[in-house]
Design a protein around this ligand. Structure first.
Ligand SMILES: N[C@@H](CCC(=O)N[C@@H](CS)C(=O)NCC(=O)O)C(=O)O
Length: 199
């Protein structure tokens, strides 16, 4: 059975919890506290960061790498595109999410307000740019839920919590967010602490 070492408020652990819940299989989640570094986590992960997935002698870290492995092991429903070209495009977009959106999370959660505000503004601008995509399609890659929706959902869920208010032009993105949040498996994947991040 797969065991996920997850943090209850961590957007990256949240990604992996979503994928585990999307697949019809047994898994075990161990909640860890990244601040008072769990010894378990320090032993199994070179960076001591959550999430970490363990299956027999396989130990994986980095949320997108973990998620692709779960998707390969349990292909139904398949979350990465099967076609090599689409798969490569999906990986590129996953990379861009890290470079343009998730790279700002540490600053937003940090104590320097000036730096945090700059990071909020960058996330706000970058999300507003992609909003028009959802005037024509239901999900990131078209009309099917995919790994890209999984990857961005934890950030969208945390917008209020992070103090990010999107402008009117981003309305299609907010509609897309509501579509994601209403999925029963998305709700199942939320930790108790995440449930209260949004009113
Ligand atoms: N790029 C990593 C980021 C993981 C990460 O930053 N995890 C945070 C919790 S949200 C953590 O464990 N921080 C503790 C630390 O860096 O020491 C991923 O996608 O898994």
């Amino acid at each position: 059975m797969m065991t996920l070492y997850s943090t209850i408020t961590c957007p990256y652990s949240h990604r992996c919890r979503i994928v585990l819940h999307e697949k019809d299989m047994d898994f075990h989640i161990i909640d860890v506290d990244p601040n008072s570094k769990s010894e378990d986590l320090a032993v199994i992960s070179p960076y001591g960061r959550a999430p970490v997935l363990v299956e027999r002698d396989l130990v994986l870290y980095e949320s997108n790498i973990i998620n692709e492995y779960i998707d390969d092991r349990f292909p139904h429903p398949q979350l990465m595109p099967a076609d090599p070209v689409m798969r490569a495009r999906a990986r590129l977009l996953l990379y861009r999410f890290e470079q343009e959106l998730f790279c700002h999370i540490d600053a937003i959660e940090g104590s320097d307000q000036k730096i945090a505000d700059k990071a909020r503004a960058a996330v706000c601008d970058n999300l507003t740019v992609i909003a028009p995509v959802f005037e024509k399609q239901k999900y990131m890659l078209g009309d099917e839920f995919s790994m890209l929706d999984v990857a961005i959902a934890p950030l969208l869920w945390r917008l209020d919590h992070y103090g990010i208010r999107l402008p009117k032009q981003a309305a299609p993105l907010l509609k897309f967010s509501e579509r994601l949040f209403s999925r029963p498996l998305f709700i199942d994947a939320l930790s108790a602490s995440e449930k209260i991040m949004r009113k």
